[in-house]
Design a protein around this ligand. Structure first.
Ligand SMILES: CC(C)(COP(=O)(O)OP(=O)(O)OC[C@H]1O[C@@H](n2cnc3c(N)ncnc32)[C@H](O)[C@@H]1OP(=O)(O)O)[C@@H](O)C(=O)NCCC(=O)NCCS
Length: 199
């Protein structure tokens, strides 16, 4: 961390997020889509059109969890500057489930997905990205999803997609322990699935 920069990682509770939380999160997400459009499957234009209900649904579920890195400036003000979301199998889009099924991945083997990873350009290279992923992995370890096996305490596997022209993203994930998962082939040849087991 650079001298003078303090930040903390917050988990947005899926239990009825407040209006202020929804506003701060939607602003952060839209900024990420605007700043790094090539890093995401979605687009700024698509999500700009989301109404409050859609943003609320994004955040309110026990089967996914969004983490925020909140930086404190020298004047004592807090600013949301980074985010990542972890999704359990109850939250997978049909298109995701289809890809995993084609690859022979059994949901009951406790599969999670990491998505929406972003750190504001002014705060990159200070360890925030890694800290957000570690917070997400801790949540995965402790989360029980009804679509997982009976007790949810077995080994869990986290999957993510990284664009092939994103060396910084790939370096971050590899440093944490993710590896390419060749069994899961994307329809898009410009991206690669990565995976990591976490106990
Ligand atoms: C990828 C991203 C999240 C990294 O966030 P970050 O806070 O800078 O990451 P960290 O500081 O924790 O760095 C973690 C590792 O990432 C890699 N990394 C970070 N910045 C890098 C850079 N400029 N060049 C190469 N590797 C870099 C390094 O391996 C680094 O580990 P090290 O510091 O021990 O060398 C950030 O660059 C980002 O938001 N990019 C745009 C959105 C994006 O690509 N999201 C991922 C989509 S899959």
């Amino acid at each position: 961390m650079s001298p003078g920069l303090a930040y903390e990682i917050l988990a947005i509770s899926g239990d009825s997020p407040s209006e202020a939380t929804i506003e701060s999160f939607s602003a952060l997400r839209l900024l990420s889509l605007q700043t790094d459009p090539e890093s995401f499957g979605s687009t700024y234009e698509r999500e700009l059109a989301f109404n409050k209900d859609i943003w609320f649904q994004r955040l309110s579920s026990p089967f996914k969890r969004t983490f925020i890195s909140s930086a404190r400036d020298e004047g004592g003000s807090d600013r949301w500057v980074g985010t990542v979301t972890m999704l359990g199998p109850s939250e997978f889009l049909p298109s995701t489930s289809e890809i995993l099924e084609k690859a022979g991945v059994d949901r009951s083997c406790n599969v999670y997905i990491l998505a929406g990873m972003w750190v504001h350009p002014d705060y990159r290279g200070m360890g925030m990205g890694s800290t957000l992923v570690m917070a997400g992995l801790d949540w995965v370890r402790s989360n029980n999803d009804p679509k997982n096996d009976a007790d949810g305490h077995g080994r869990k596997t986290v999957l993510l997609i990284v664009a092939n022209n994103n060396p910084k993203g790939r370096a971050l994930y590899e440093k944490i322990g993710f590896k390419d998962w060749p069994e899961v082939v994307s329809d898009d040849e410009n991206e690669t699935w990565m995976m990591m087991h976490c106990a």
